[in-house]
Design a protein around this ligand. Structure first.
Ligand code: TYM
Length: 328
């Protein structure tokens, strides 16, 4: 049995990338493992958020976790800000971090470059908070998309640094990457990752998109003029992205997909890609609509926060004591 931790920010509408890179793996590994899944709302506020919207998205994201197959009897589902040890250990992790290593994070550089002279300090200290999330649970594996590799590396470094300076407190976690879908690309600029925060909504499939919208977006997805369903990430990034999405959804290799569509052209392929996305998302959307207004959702999150707190507080006490943050 392993301990699993992962989190998603309630900072926008979830995308097919979030689903294929992360969410769908969460429920796959919940049997036989001890799993913690978190709505990381304190990470979301590293850039300004509308308070009412953040509140609503927190609840909606919890409903999506459940709708995509998380069983609250098997996995602990909770909201980050309701377990205070995240911020407490987060601060300790900040004190162990070097400004230089934080400035080297590509996600920091991307986000900071859009903020002119007013770069929120929380953007820089985002990774030590993420490290705290993971380390509090003595996590073995973290299911995330490919874009989190650098954050996982710094998490491991901080854990090792702490253990070296203050004694063995933390388990060193490993990244858990799925096969296909670990980096779903934008439908309009397929060399860029599909993102919740893309202003061009035709570039992104949202988990709650209507079937018609999905068909339209896939139909208009950037490809090339060859009309041959062939995987070549460098020269044919658009069609390769669609092949990856389709492979991930239908559990096929790229070669199987290529063989099935040999001589068929992009039109037929795109139709099947859209159908595969729709048939995966429709049942999730139905469950989501039932769950989001259900008071049971609050009961699940209350129970989750209590369970997470029980586990997190043990590690936190150990870490605080090891650092000398105690009186008696
Ligand atoms: P966030 O909210 O940006 O993304 C949530 C998850 O979705 C994955 N993802 C993708 N996977 C494939 N293709 C894409 N285009 C794509 N876009 C996003 C992300 O890799 C992620 O797994 N830093 C995290 C949140 C976090 C966290 C944690 C994760 C905070 N603390 C502790 C794990 C453990 C993030 O930015 O997620």
């Amino acid at each position: 049995m392993s301990i699993i931790f992962s989190g998603i920010q309630p900072s926008g509408n979830l995308t097919l990338g979030n689903y294929l890179g992360a969410l769908r793996n969460f429920s796959k590994i919940q049997d036989g493992n001890e799993c913690y899944y978190c709505v990381v709302n304190q990470h979301a506020i590293t850039v300004p958020q509308d308070p009412q919207l953040l509140h609503e998205r927190t609840r909606k994201l919890a409903a999506i976790y459940l709708a995509s197959g998380l069983d609250p009897e098997k996995s602990t589902l909770f909201v980050q800000s309701e377990v205070p040890e995240h911020a407490l250990l987060g601060w300790m992790m900040i004190t162990l971090s070097y400004v230089g290593e934080l400035e080297r994070m590509t996600q920091y550089k991307d986000k900071a470059s859009k903020r002119g002279d007013s770069i929120p300090a929380g953007l820089l200290t985002y990774p030590p908070l993420m490290a705290a999330d993971i380390l509090l649970y003595q996590t073995n594996f973290v299911p995330v998309g490919d874009d989190q590799k650098q954050h996982m590396e710094i998490t491991r470094n901080l854990a090792q640094r702490f253990n070296r300076f203050y004694g063995e407190v933390f388990t060193i976690p490993d990244i858990y990457l799925g096969q296909d879908g670990t980096r779903v690309m934008s439908l309009q600029e397929p060399t860029k990752k599909m993102s919740k925060s893309d202003d061009n909504t035709t570039a992104t499939i949202y988990l709650l998109d209507e079937p018609k919208a999905i068909e339209k977006k896939i139909k208009r997805a950037q490809t090339d003029s060859e009309n041959s369903v062939h995987y070549d990430k460098e020269n044919k990034p658009g069609i390769s992205n669609l092949i990856e999405i389709f492979s991930a959804l239908t559990d096929q290799t790229h070669e199987q997909v290529e063989a099935a569509y040999a001589g068929k052209g992009y039109g037929a392929f795109k139709k099947d890609v859209a159908d595969a996305i729709i048939s995966t998302l429709e049942p999730i959307q139905q469950r989501y609509r039932q769950l989001v207004g259900d008071p049971e959702l609050d009961a699940i999150l209350d129970k989750g926060a209590a369970k997470a707190h029980a586990k997190a507080s043990v590690t936190y006490e150990k870490a605080a004591k090891a650092m000398g943050l105690y009186r008696k």
